[in-house]
Design a protein around this ligand. Structure first.
Ligand code: ATP
Ligand code: CA
Ligand code: CA
Length: 397
């Protein structure tokens, strides 16, 4: 940050980066018309477009510095978007129709985050080793989501690099997990570890702080109660996801959890004399999310019992309760998965090396991480309502 309050990343003003990104993405994704099945080679394609300030016959003129734009595996990423039913038109509208909105990052890594105007996508700067790891991960990732789109892993919709002012800035585009239009009464980034897992004082003073494991145990010692079916569906999904992460020796990921408290919300609304409930309700029912919602991510599309639909809201939060009996909707997903135990060294080889090279990698640590993560989530954070109670509640509805 400089004296005027402008934010810089690698010496480039943040709004120039996002502006150049929008231009690059719109141009590169929009001009991609090849339509065929994805081949393994497509994962290695890198497309480069040069954007001089004055424009060329192919690129428009612009007000940023000259920049070079690279799009990684464009065809493979288009296929990912297809799997999740995100059309190129919708994607480009989300990314390009209005300025990207910078959001502060509570993390320590110093990456920049932006969110699209419609709440759908997050753009995050990643380090070089994370970007190169993602390209190695792509084929396996592709196979996994192709087999099973029911996942809480981040949905990567694009990986790009802009070279501006002599610096490489790499970003990935992914799904936003916490719709800003739903008030999150609490927000947690959970790892299952206790070491340094308490939000800093300055973080806690923010309007919408991101709290951590020790804060969770403080505020919600009895955890979050889920009906049996949701608990099981969530557990199965997370187990499958962490199995994939483990197979790549990935560690240090988190569960991002947003809690909307309907009971508290209704009380504060009563005080405000039910201000504009109608228009809000109308807004909500109109909402059709491009990205699969939390509920869709944990429930099989084929066998969706009717009761799940009754409980569902347009934002797709999972119904839950706290120990005081407040009604909650929770929104969640796994984030920050690009740290591989091995990237702490260096990846020279393809994805095979990551999976099969057991000698140079301690397989112990990622496995320990997974176990501790699941143990914390399904022992401390989420509690299973006994089947009988959950059926009883169901009958009361
Ligand atoms: P560090 O490596 O220091 O942990 P980071 O820069 O890699 O941080 P992340 O851990 O990916 O950043 O995310 C930081 C925060 O950004 C999260 O705690 C969360 O509040 C927000 N965030 C990240 N990804 C998403 C997402 N997909 N949807 C909504 N919010 C997100
Ligand atoms: Ca993190
Ligand atoms: Ca990180």
């Amino acid at each position: 940050e400089d004296e005027s309050g402008a934010v810089f990343y690698k010496k480039a003003p943040q709004d120039h980066i996002s502006g150049a990104l929008q231009l690059g993405i719109t141009h590169s994704v929009g001009s991609h018309t090849v339509d065929r099945d994805v081949l393994l080679q497509d994962f290695e394609v890198i497309e480069t477009i040069v954007f001089p300030k004055a424009g060329t016959t192919l690129t428009p003129h612009h007000t940023f510095d000259d920049f070079r734009f690279k799009s990684y595996a464009p065809l493979a990423f288009r296929y990912f978007r297809d799997i999740f039913n995100i059309s190129t038109e919708d994607f480009l509208h989300s990314i390009g129709a209005r300025s990207l909105i910078p959001i502060g990052n509570p993390g320590a890594s110093g990456s920049c985050f932006w969110i699209t105007h419609d709440d759908e996508f997050i753009v995050k700067t990643v380090q070089q080793k994370e970007a190169s790891f993602l390209t190695k991960l792509l084929p396996a990732y592709f196979m996994a989501v192709h087999q099973n789109p029911k996942t809480l892993l981040p949905k990567f919709y694009g990986l790009f690099n802009i070279n501006i002012g002599g610096h490489n800035i790499r970003v990935c585009v992914m799904n936003n997990l916490l719709p800003r239009r739903v008030k999150m009464h609490q927000k947690y980034d959970l790892k299952g570890s206790t070491f340094k897992r308490k939000a800093s004082k300055s973080e806690r003073e923010k309007k919408s702080p991101t709290l951590k494991d020790l804060d969770f145990v403080d505020f919600l010692p009895d955890g979050i109660k889920l009906e049996f079916e949701y608990y099981e569906a969530l557990k199965h999904t997370i187990q499958a996801d962490t199995r994939l992460l483990h197979s790549f020796k990935i560690m240090d990921y988190s569960l991002l959890l947003g809690i909307h408290n309907e009971t508290v919300e209704a009380e504060s609304r009563d005080k405000e004399e039910k201000k504009s409930i109608d228009s809000e309700a109308r807004d909500r029912s109109k909402h059709i999310s491009l990205n699969p919602t939390t509920l869709q991510n944990i429930l099989a599309k084929s066998a969706r019992p009717e009761r799940f639909q009754i409980a569902a809201d347009p934002w797709g939060g999972i119904p839950a309760t706290n120990s005081s009996g407040d009604k909650l909707k929770i929104y969640l997903g796994i984030i920050d998965i690009l740290q591989c135990y091995k990237t702490m060294k260096k990846i020279e080889h393809a994805w095979k090396a990551i999976i099969y090279d057991g000698r140079t990698v301690s397989v112990h640590r990622p496995g320990f991480y997974k176990k501790r993560f699941e143990g914390f989530l399904f022992g401390t954070v989420f509690r299973n309502l006994p089947m009988t109670e959950s059926l009883r509640r169901l009958n009361e509805k």
